[in-house]
Design a protein around this ligand. Structure first.
Ligand code: ATP
Length: 668
């Protein structure tokens, strides 16, 4: 497309790159296409860099902004029909045959005689159009959303490069660089390019380093490229907001980014996560010779609490949009997923000032909120917390009280503290905050490396309604806070896992079976899947019908029915044998925590099947034996479900333990 310096980036140009990426599965080639395109944007239209990146990662804004399209298949089908003059039944029939709404859109556009050529779409325009669709709320919002989609689709080009004839085999061509296809896929929340968010981040770093060198007439060295990548990765992990980072990078250059973009109150960072372990001895092996601490692992909801005192608000202009003004200071509670939970926990924000000492001006705390039994002064099980409303909670209506258990301090009085050792951070936490029983407490802990004492702590923690222990490195460089990482410096030891497979799994609900007997009016069992981030597919792993009460099944029926779709999405990897098919399929939306007795290989399921090609399990996937529903995980998106790689790791560990046990028996 015609694209001169200063022109808005043509959306067609981005779609051409998407199409090239779609043709390959090689990560390095994907990375190269992506970075080449970003370089071109930097050279010609840097003002559009932010919206280009956002369209590449299929996100209209940073997670904390709470902007979600939330558009189901039926709405998109309606819009395709109306914008191309085809009836809904024809669109449905096409979807049934092709199974990919993006391609249905292409086919519909190709069949449509074009009266006049619409103004070409730009990246900026598409981004704004999608944003407007996402923001529509209230009465008549469905119709407004449909009309927004129609507007974009009418301007979209359906052309397939080099062809343009109607007699095109859409599935073979994958629809080429069609704009209509990529708009529809964006709406569905999946571009299906195999383009991971991480890859876009690396491509962006490469593009900026190369562009900066270009301006000086140089070619960047491999070291410089690696340095730029490391800088962008670390800055992004502390400040996951392209809205802040990209303008700063354009202004100051990538090599000065660390000085201008730091963790700051008001912008949630991705939390550090723990690795599962199966035994206390495994913990001792890992931390041998190093000091560590064992904390109670509270079973509630992760809460990142941000605060800025009134006199310091001016220091964080970028933050005010996300923090609640309460007349005293600015504060907010964010979830594990960077969702703003301030409206769910007004009781926490109201009391915040009682828990801080006078000289505290700003902070970011990492905590767990837990349901609290006021009469008996103890922690209540997680299920109680689940009964709290998620939005617009009024302090006077709150029935389930919560206590905040603080376990880390990530920012304090104007400075990020993540690089300090954990011992230093904890000391600072304990010195600067004032615990109030039943409202705000420090996570219970013991610093010990004695196996019996650890066992005691574990037993005590479980008696106090906790899930087990979090074991954390205390002193070394490794004890810094690692945002967004599942780190070996935090180990979780959960009581029930000790004899099992090491951890529960968080799985996505893909389908369901109607119940039998008295359960015929609800779903009685469900088909679950793990996530493969490489292919971005959901791979089936088990059917589950245990662990649900009648009331829960009824509730789930109500929640899931609106998500029913005609046929499985093309990115579901599942058995095609007729008897294995569920009665209904769903959009991938819900994540559930599930426990299992053990893992086995089965031809019926597809989880991690690619890892076993050519081995004994060739063609078979991993499946769960005796899976049991534990609880919903509304704080996880489907693409944060347990990965197929993690499932494969669990399976291999289980096999190794089985072999070891067999060996021991042999010796006995
Ligand atoms: P995943 O299932 O992906 O591992 P998760 O949310 O279950 O994620 P875990 O890694 O199992 O998280 O455990 C870490 C979680 O435990 C934290 O997200 C936090 O919510 C909770 N938690 C409770 N007590 C602590 C503690 N003392 N230190 C750190 N995390 C704690």
């Amino acid at each position: 497309p015609d694209w001169k310096p200063g022109d808005p980036v043509p959306y067609a140009a981005l779609c051409t790159t998407f199409s090239l990426i779609e043709m390959t599965t090689k990560r390095l080639i994907i990375l190269a296409h992506c970075s080449l395109f970003l370089r071109q944007v930097l050279r010609l239209t840097p003002a559009d860099l932010l919206s280009t990146v956002q369209l590449m990662i299929n996100k209209l804004a940073a997670d904390y902004a709470g902007i979600e399209l939330g558009i189901g298949e039926s709405l998109i089908m309606k819009a395709i029909g109306e914008s191309t003059g085809r009836s809904l039944s024809v669109i449905k029939a096409d979807q049934h045959e092709i199974g990919d709404l993006g391609l249905v859109a292409v086919k519909s556009r190709l069949n449509q005689p074009t009266m006049f050529k619409p103004k070409p779409l730009t990246v900026r325009g598409v981004h704004e159009g999608l944003l407007a669709i996402a923001k529509v709320q209230g009465q008549g919002s469905q119709d407004k959303k449909i009309s927004g989609i129609k507007k974009l689709l009418s301007a979209a080009d359906a052309a397939i490069a080099g062809k343009g004839s109607k007699a095109i085999d859409i599935t073979k061509d994958k629809g080429g660089p069609s704009e209509a296809k990529f708009i529809v896929r964006f709406l569905e929340g999946k571009l299906r390019l195999g383009l991971a968010e991480r890859t876009v981040l690396v491509a962006l770093a490469q593009a900026v380093v190369t562009h900066e060198a270009d301006l000086k007439g140089k070619v960047p060295s491999a070291e410089k490229l690696a340095e730029g990548e490391a800088i962008l990765k670390s800055v992004y992990s502390e400040l996951p907001s392209y809205e802040v980072i990209i303008p700063a990078m354009l202004e100051h250059g990538i090599f000065h980014l660390r000085e201008v973009c730091k963790l700051q109150p008001g912008i949630p960072l991705k939390p550090m996560l723990a690795k599962p372990t199966k035994s206390i001895t495994e913990v001792l092996d890992r931390f041998e010779g190093k000091e560590f601490t064992c904390e109670y692992k509270y079973d509630g909801e992760r809460a990142q609490i941000h605060y800025v005192a009134p006199e310091c608000i001016h220091l964080y202009p970028g933050s005010t949009a996300t923090l609640q003004k309460d007349g005293k200071g600015l504060c907010a509670v964010f979830s594990r997923n960077s969702e703003d939970l301030s409206k769910k926990y007004p009781d926490i924000l109201a009391k915040l000032e009682n828990w801080i000492k006078d000289d505290v001006k700003s902070f970011v705390l990492d905590c767990e909120t837990v349901a609290w039994d006021v009469a008996n002064k103890k922690v209540l099980p997680f299920q109680q917390l689940m009964t709290r409303k998620r939005k617009d909670v009024k302090a006077e209506d709150i029935k389930v009280k919560v206590c905040v258990f603080a376990f880390d301090l990530l920012f304090f009085n104007g400075e990020p503290t993540v690089k300090k050792t954990f011992r230093e951070r904890r000391t600072l936490l304990h010195e600067s905050f004032k615990p109030v029983e039943g409202e705000f407490q420090f996570a219970q802990h013991g610093n010990t490396s004695e196996i019996d004492e650890i066992q005691n702590l574990l037993d005590e923690s479980v008696k106090s309604s906790c899930e087990g222990l979090m074991v954390k490195m205390l002193d070394t460089d490794e004890s810094g806070y690692e945002p967004s990482k599942r780190s070996r410096n935090w180990l979780k030891v959960k009581k029930d896992y000790l004899a099992g497979i090491g951890d529960s799994l968080d799985l996505v609900v893909l389908g369901a079976y109607y119940g039998r007997g008295k359960r015929t009016s609800v779903y009685g069992a469900f088909l679950l899947a793990a996530y493969n981030p490489n292919t971005q597919n959901y791979e089936t792993i088990c059917n589950i019908g245990t662990g649900f009460s009648e009331a829960v099944l009824e509730e789930l029926y109500k929640e899931l029915t609106p998500l029913v779709i005609d046929r499985p999405k093309p990115f579901y990897s599942h058995s095609t044998v007729p008897k294995d098919q569920p009665d209904v399929w769903f959009e991938p939306r819900f994540v559930w925590e599930v426990k299992t007795a053990d893992l086995t290989l089965s031809p019926r399921y597809k989880a991690a099947a690619d890892e076993f090609v050519g081995t004994t399990g060739g063609g078979k996937g991993i499946s769960l034996r005796f899976p049991r529903f534990i609880k919903p995980r509304p704080d996880k998106n489907p693409d944060q479900a347990t990965t197929t790689r993690a499932v494969a790791e669990m399976y291999r560990r289980q096999e190794a333990v089985a072999k070891e046990n067999a060996g021991k028996k042999g010796i006995d």
